[in-house]
Write a protein that binds this ligand. Sequence first.
Ligand code: COI
Length: 355
Amino acid sequence: MLDIKITKTTAPKKLPDKDDPLTFGTIFTDHMFMMDYKEGIGWYDARIIPYQPISLEPSAMVFHYGQEMFEGLKAYKAKDGRILLFRPDMNAKRTNRSCRRLCIPEIPEEDFIQAIKELVKIDSAWVPTREGTSLYIRPFIIATDPFLGVRPSKTYKFIIILSPVGAYYPEGINPVKIWIEDDYVRAVKGGIGEAKAGGNYVASLKAQIKAHDEGYSQVLWLDGVHRKYVEEVGSMNIFFKIDGVVVTPELSGSILPGVTRDSVITLCKSWGYKVEERLISIDEIYEAYQKGKLEEVFGTGTAAVISPVGQLRWKDHIMRIGDGNTGPLSRKLYDSLTGIQLGKLKDIFNWTVVV
Ligand code: COI
């Protein structure tokens, strides 16, 4: 159990208006959590302090070799006033999987969850209540050794910041248009694609700009070796409903193991759907589309929740999915997931945790 020292702000910021639909990731709460690591000592000096800039040496290793990882989860306010986290144990476990791949020291799962709970409690007034909003929690770890040689750092900072957010995409629950990239690649098996590392996101920017310029919101990546198998969208995992079967790429080593992905698979199975986690080639998707069997496509993610896909563009082929509206499975998943997250529906899988 962490002994967290608390220093409260003397200058609280103005809370967003209750009716503000909120954008994603632009406003930050009054406090942040911080803890340091030093080889030989371990993690120490757990503290909650006013949200503020951090001071680092320009030689800090994170600036040069990108040794860092991050997580994303959300807190929701239930009607009865309880504040609920959604499956924080999954984020704690994934943090340590990312840490192992990136040679960052692990954090005990219970400390990770305790730090989040204590910080959210202190900034509980910032959990928004308007439909479609939540408090986004961003834990991250950075390498801080002032050193220019390439090796794992011996010192780190673990920081958690909070941001009241609305929909990640301006489209909200309405369908997004997705560009299938066959030039740039995001990750390859054996690389860091399955870790939640900033490096995976910077690798995605070039294609994202290309997609935006073509009028598409996001990029769907193909595997880096054959440029053939569908992997993930930069900010979410991807699902297809083909002829009644729910299909999603298997976790092949270059795909992020999403918490929402796992929850969607569980929900779909519990409703009697056949769910397949397997290799899916882009040719198979195009063939299903041509035969009229590509019934629904949607992305899943903490930030994106359930994001229906209305259009896929692959080379010169434009695939228009369904009738342009949110499909019935996407809608049911969105309602069920957010219903559980907000404490409106029975939490039969014990996914929510009270702060
Ligand atoms: C999340 O869904 O929490 C993520 O970390 C994706 C990020 C690109 C916003």
